[in-house]
Design a protein around this ligand. Structure first.
Ligand code: 5GP
Ligand code: MG
Ligand code: MG
Length: 195
């Protein structure tokens, strides 16, 4: 890798949300959640792996309440397009019956992921269920989904960083950046490795 690269990955377009902006917003969300759940003794943060990990672990540092965490592993994406079909690869461990659950994801695009998972979780009868997402591409929603706690609304770019990936790359960036998809395709041709 070229040591003089401006960014750690060659395919990064531009930084859309800085580390400082994220940290400030996450602290505010944590404060809001702390207030909203001050009478709850059964608060569970339920994150969707793997994209929500960095967001969730930062967010929980700002929640000044007793809480627990759990995860589910779900997938709906192949490359940069949502398939609309959401697969549960690994379920959460906690019995959420009677719990106040905050379902956390990195980004809402079509909304299929959170819509589907939310429906499934409601069948398990939590006391309450709210949705928290770091990013929202609101213009792309295909289903009706209400985000109770949102970090930032963004335009229709494919983004990486702060947990978000493109084919597993880019998760370690501390900011949100757009991907230069032309450059990405040249670096990683779509049919690479299939022959
Ligand atoms: P949805 O089901 O709302 O269409 O898609 C949500 C999921 O798609 C997110 O959890 C995320 O994994 C992935 N996704 C959607 N847009 C982006 C994006 O711009 N960048 C990355 N890295 N993932 C995205
Ligand atoms: Mg995801
Ligand atoms: Mg991904």
């Amino acid at each position: 890798m070229n040591p003089r690269l401006k960014f750690p990955y060659e395919f990064i377009g531009e930084i859309l949300i800085t580390q400082e902006q994220i940290q400030q917003r996450v602290a505010d969300l944590g404060e809001q959640i702390t207030q909203d759940y001050q009478h709850s003794d059964k608060l569970l943060l339920l994150g969707l792996l793997r994209g929500s990990v960095m967001f969730m672990t930062d967010l929980m540092r700002h929640i000044r309440r007793p809480m627990t965490m759990d995860f589910m592993l779900v997938s709906s994406y192949a490359g940069t397009e949502s398939s609309g079909f959401v697969r549960i690869d690994a379920d959460h461990k906690t019995n959420i019956y009677g719990w106040d659950v905050i379902l956390i994801d990195d980004i809402v695009d079509t909304g299929y992921t959170l819509y589907t998972v939310r429906k499934l979780l409601l069948e398990r009868q939590p006391r309450s269920l709210k949705i928290c997402a770091l990013l929202d591409k609101k213009a792309r929603h295909k289903v009706d989904i209400h985000i109770d706690y949102l970090g930032f609304e963004i335009p229709d770019y494919f983004v990486v960083g702060y947990g978000l990936d493109i084919d597993e790359k880019g998760r370690n960036l501390p900011y949100i950046a757009s991907v230069d998809l032309e450059k990405y395709k040249k670096l990683y041709p779509p049919d690479e490795g299939k022959k």
